[in-house]
Design a protein around this ligand. Structure first.
Ligand SMILES: [Zn+2]
Length: 114
């Protein structure tokens, strides 16, 4: 990977980190305990609880992704970015553009699934 490509990946990762971090404020609001509000009807409350579950799921996923993105940044810093941790081959740039936090190449991730 060239220095320019690496810089572009870093930019991509930083953008995704910023995006996830800005979603936390919103999601934190949405996942607050739902008060047994007097003004909510039965159906509305059920809908609210359902939304809360969905948002909590998104929040957990985002936290996980944020961690992986930060790990990827660390790997850019120490020069190990873009190398599959299983077979030690370079991960194709096309995959990294799509999944900048990828740790393993596609063939290895498919082997893992089997
Ligand atoms: Zn591999």
């Amino acid at each position: 990977m060239t220095t320019e490509q690496l810089a572009a990946q870093k930019q991509l990762i930083l953008e995704q980190i910023a995006e996830i971090e800005s979603s936390f404020d919103y999601l934190a609001d949405e996942t607050k305990a739902i008060e047994p509000s007097v003004s909510l009807g039965r159906l509305t409350r059920m809908e609210a609880l359902n939304d809360k579950g969905v948002n909590e799921h998104v929040l957990a996923q985002n936290k996980h992704k944020l961690e992986r993105l930060k790990n990827a940044l660390g790997r850019i810093e120490d020069g190990s970015y873009g190398v599959c941790i299983r077979c030690q081959k370079e991960i194709p740039l096309q995959r990294l553009r799509h999944v900048p936090e990828a740790l393993i190449c596609v063939p290895c991730s498919e082997k893992k699934r089997r």
